[in-house]
Design a protein around this ligand. Structure first.
Ligand code: C5P
Length: 296
């Protein structure tokens, strides 16, 4: 997360994430799933500008960045940004409000954590703009109330997450070259989890963690896991289609991110990623991004 101060406005660049590993360990009594997942931030960002407003109201405006069309974004009370600002305002007993502007680049319903990242950016920006001085741990508790992935976005780089996704251990990741595709169809996270099954014999993330610590992208690519992929592939033919498309590109490894529908391939180097991205763009598979892991 990159933070800039422009007068009284706090501007935050909120990154997308991908899951290099996601194993479902079981269903929990609260309806969530027990997970082991490895998330890494990538260099695709929304931009959030947060300005304190004496009116006491919280107002939100959203638009897609130029050259990137997307579905209409709600700016009301169901938007996680609005909820994050309001939750912090109530808990901190703040009487001033905020004008929040959000420029979206991260596709929605894609398993890229866009809304969660925007919510985390809101907490960080509000904490600064309202001069609350809350420590990171306290913001992290609020973040977990807003969504399972939100605490991750208060950290930097990569992390291994357990529980619902909120128990985090930071990890080193090398700079990986990644091509990411959001097909024309999105997926609903609850629907994908509902259709999923816990792993019979879960594999651990340890081999992937070791490969990443050594900076061995090829070995890491051989350790990718996403236990939600079969469920997502049952809901849209785009998952199988993207697997076939990436198969033809000679990538080191490939899989769906989070609960989908976006899909990524790990490439050998920057030039390889540019070549793969350009070939996939000519295949009309959706929106294609060439990114890297956001190493701090
Ligand atoms: O926590 P969040 O609101 O982002 O989760 C969205 C949905 O994803 C939940 O309502 C649940 O259906 C599913 N989910 C889950 N297990 C998790 C995380 C999310 O079942 N660990």
């Amino acid at each position: 997360m990159h933070i800039r101060r422009l007068g009284t406005t706090i501007e935050v660049r909120a990154p997308a994430k991908i899951n290099l590993f996601l194993e479902i360990l079981g269903r929990r009594p609260d309806g969530y799933h027990e997970l082991e997942t490895l998330l890494t931030a990538v260099t695709l960002y929304d931009t959030l500008s947060f300005t304190p407003a004496p009116s006491g109201e919280i107002s939100l405006s959203c638009r897609w960045a130029a050259a990137q069309a997307g579905d209409e974004i709600s700016t009301g009370k169901e938007n996680l940004v609005w909820r994050a600002a309001e939750l912090l305002r109530q808990r901190a007993g703040v009487s001033i409000g905020a004008d929040i502007e959000l420029i979206k680049r991260i596709p929605a319903a894609a398993g890229l954590g866009g809304a969660s990242s925007d919510a985390a950016a809101t907490l960080v920006a509000a904490n600064l703009a309202w001069q609350l001085n809350w420590p990171r741990e306290r913001l992290s508790e609020l973040a977990a109330e807003l969504g399972s992935d939100v605490p991750f976005f208060l950290t930097r780089g990569a992390a291994l997450a357990r529980g619902r996704g909120e128990r985090l251990e930071s990890l080193p990741v090398p700079k990986l070259h990644i091509v990411l595709v959001r097909p024309p169809v999105g997926l609903s996270t609850p629907a994908v989890y509902r259709a999923s099954r816990p792993a019979d014999r879960p594999v651990g993330a340890a081999p992937l963690v070791a490969a990443l610590a050594r900076g061995d992208a090829a070995r890491a690519a051989g350790c990718l896991v996403n236990g939600l992929e079969p469920a997502a592939a049952g809901l849209t033919p785009w998952i199988d289609r993207l697997r076939q498309e990436f198969d033809r590109q000679g990538v080191l490894g490939q899989q769906m991110s989070g609960s989908g529908s976006s899909y990524f391939g790990l490439c050998r180097h920057a030039r390889h990623a540019r070549r793969v991205a350009s070939r996939l763009r000519s295949r009309s598979v959706g929106t294609v991004f060439a990114v890297t892991t956001a190493v701090a």
